[in-house]
Design a protein around this ligand. Structure first.
Ligand code: SF4
Length: 314
C-alpha cells in the first residue's frame, strides 16, 4: 500500500490563533470561558476545550455579566458584538484576520451606499457574521449559493454593487457564479485580493496534487467543517473513492479501503495534527508493508498576532 500525504494539511494560521486565544484566556482568567460558537469546526478540539471548562454556543442572554466571551474564528455580526457589549461581557476577538478582511469590505459597501452580494453557504457562522456587517438601511446584502440564486436578486442600482465570498469556498464552485454575475451586472466591484483565504487555496491545491498519485483519497476533518467539505468536493470530482472522516475510528467504515493500492491523505484547516497522526498510525497497523510519502507543497509561514490584552498578561 502506498500512502501519500498532502502538503500542506491541517491547521492554518487562523485556527492556531483562535485555539491559542482560548487556551491563553483559560490560563489567565480560569474557567468558565464562553465562546459564541465552536471556536473552530473540529469535534476533537471542541471536546478537549470543553473538558478544560470552555462553554460553546451558550445563549448570550444567559451568560453571566462580566464573563469572558470569545468570538470564534468565524467572526460575529455587529448585532452579537453590540449585545455582548451591552451585557458587559469581557470580549476577546478570535475572528480570523482573513474573515475580518471580508467584514471590512462589507462595512465599506454599507458606508458607501453600495449593495453587497455575498457568495457563501447559508447558516454557516462565518456567513451569519459577514451578513451582519451590513448596516445600511437603504440597501441590502444578498446571500447567493448558486447560479440559480442570481435571478432572485432585487438589486436597486446595478452600478453600485460590491461582491464578497466566504473564505473557505473553492474557485471551482464560485467562478461559474461570478461569471454569470458579471454577465448580468458588468459593473460589479470585487475585492483586489480574493476573499478565499490562502489556507483554503493551498489545501485545495494539495488535494489536486494528491489526485495525480493516489487511486483513493481520505480527507480528515469534521463533517461540519466548510473547508474540509470543499476538499472532499474537489476530490470527488475526480475520484469517487474519496471520503471525509473525523478520526481513525471511522477508517473501518470506508467501503473501498481494502480494494485500493494507494491512499492520499489530506486534512482540513481545522484538523489537529494528532488526529492526522492517528489516522496514519491506524493505516500503518492495517497495512504492514506500506510506503508513506509526503508530497511536495507550498510552505506556509503565515502567523497572526494574539490580541494585546492576552499577550500582555502572560
Ligand atoms: Fe482564517 Fe482561512 Fe483558516 Fe478560516 S481557513 S481560519 S479564513 S486562515
Amino acid at each position: 500500500m502506498n500512502i501519500f500525504l498532502a502538503n500542506p494539511r491541517g491547521f492554518c494560521a487562523g485556527v492556531k490563533r483562535a485555539i491559542n486565544i482560548v487556551t491563553m484566556a483559560l490560563k489567565i482568567y480560569g474557567k468558565p470561558i464562553y465562546v459564541n460558537h465552536e471556536i473552530v469546526h473540529n469535534t476533537y478540539v471542541i471536546k478537549h476545550l470543553e473538558s478544560k471548562g470552555v462553554i460553546f454556543n451558550k445563549n448570550i442572554d444567559t451568560i453571566p455579566k462580566g464573563a469572558i466571551f470569545i468570538f470564534s474564528a468565524h467572526g460575529v455580526s455587529k448585532h452579537i458584538e453590540e449585545k455582548a457589549k451591552r451585557r458587559k461581557l469581557k470580549i476577546i476577538d478570535a475572528t480570523c484576520p482573513l474573515v475580518k478582511k471580508v467584514h471590512r469590505e462589507v462595512s465599506k459597501a454599507s458606508k458607501l451606499n453600495f449593495e453587497a452580494i455575498l457568495i457563501g453557504t447559508s447558516k454557516h457562522p462565518e456567513i451569519n457574521g459577514t451578513l451582519g456587517q451590513y448596516t445600511n438601511k437603504n440597501g441590502n446584502i444578498y446571500l447567493i449559493q448558486s447560479i440559480e440564486d442570481i435571478s432572485k436578486l432585487k438589486i436597486k442600482n446595478p452600478n453600485k454593487i460590491m461582491l464578497m465570498t466566504q473564505t473557505t469556498l473553492s474557485y471551482n464552485k464560485i467562478n461559474p457564479i461570478i461569471k454569470k454575475l458579471y454577465e448580468k451586472y458588468p459593473n460589479i466591484k470585487k475585492p483586489k485580493n480574493s476573499d478565499i483565504c490562502y489556507a483554503t487555496i493551498n489545501r485545495q491545491k494539495a488535494v489536486k496534487n494528491l489526485l495525480k498519485l493516489s487511486d483513493s483519497i481520505i480527507i480528515i476533518g469534521s463533517k461540519h467543517s466548510s473547508n474540509s467539505n470543499q476538499l472532499l468536493r474537489i476530490a470527488k470530482e475526480t475520484n469517487k473513492n474519496s471520503t471525509l472522516i473525523d478520526s481513525h475510528h471511522e477508517i473501518n467504515t470506508i467501503y473501498w479501503i481494502n480494494k485500493v493500492k494507494s491512499i492520499g491523505i489530506a486534512a482540513g484547516a481545522s484538523t489537529p495534527n494528532i488526529i492526522i497522526q492517528n489516522v496514519i498510525k491506524e493505516l500503518r497497523k492495517t497495512y504492514k508493508n506500506n510506503n508513506i510519502q509526503e508530497i511536495l507543497g507550498i510552505q506556509e509561514n503565515i502567523k497572526f498576532h494574539i490580541p494585546k490584552e492576552l499577550n500582555n498578561k502572560i
